[in-house]
Design a protein around this ligand. Structure first.
Ligand code: SF4
Length: 183
């Protein structure tokens, strides 16, 4: 109890005797989601090397609860790391829809954000947000692993603001509009 009160003074309250912790369902669920962001394991191009570096010993993503999963059905977050070519558009959409709600997307690097150096290419999607809703964008070509760590922190902040009562038990950013990957 002492540890809970020390680490979560806003979420937990001590009753006389100090043996009961009170919190809201939103705070508890948000806290558990925040520290168990499991990304679906796949990479698309050179940004994926930076993503792999974030998992390795120097940056150690595991300490933030970010542990890659081989199946989208066990994943919470999709890290779009690399150039999204039109040939990969359908697999990206399919993997996204195989993930359970609430699911989140981080667009890592210029290619995933807007096509990057290949903006004029006939074969590159000009931003993964034309396919699936994106929660956090990371600028750069390539972004450093620290940028990915920072993006996860921003995503955690976003998750903590989700309220069950407002229907935000699902993805905060709803999918809207038609997909036009040829634009
Ligand atoms: S943003 Fe740069 S590093 Fe990342 S996939 Fe595109 S070209 Fe490669």
């Amino acid at each position: 109890m002492g540890v809970i009160l020390e680490k979560f003074p806003k979420a937990a309250k001590a009753l006389p005797g100090g043996s009961v912790a009170l919190t809201t369902a939103d705070a508890f669920i948000g806290w558990s989601r925040k520290y168990s962001l499991w990304p679906v394991q796949f990479g698309l191009a050179c940004c994926a090397i930076e993503m792999m570096a974030a998992y390795a010993a120097r940056f150690d993503f595991d300490r933030m609860g970010v542990i890659p999963r081989a199946s989208p059905r066990q994943a919470d977050v999709m890290l779009i790391a690399g150039t999204v070519v039109k040939k990969m558009a359908e697999p990206v959409i399919r993997l996204y829809h195989q993930m359970p709600e609430p699911r989140f997307v981080v667009s890592m690097g210029s290619c995933a954000n807007c096509g990057g150096p290949y903006y004029d290419s006939y074969s590159v999607v000009k931003g993964v947000d034309r396919l699936i809703p994106v929660d956090v964008y990371i600028a750069g070509c390539p972004p450093r692993p620290e940028s990915l760590l920072y993006a996860v922190v921003k995503l955690q902040e976003k998750i903590l603001k989700m309220k069950l009562a407002k229907g935000a038990g699902a993805t905060p950013q709803q999918e809207t509009g038609a997909r036009n990957i040829n634009a």
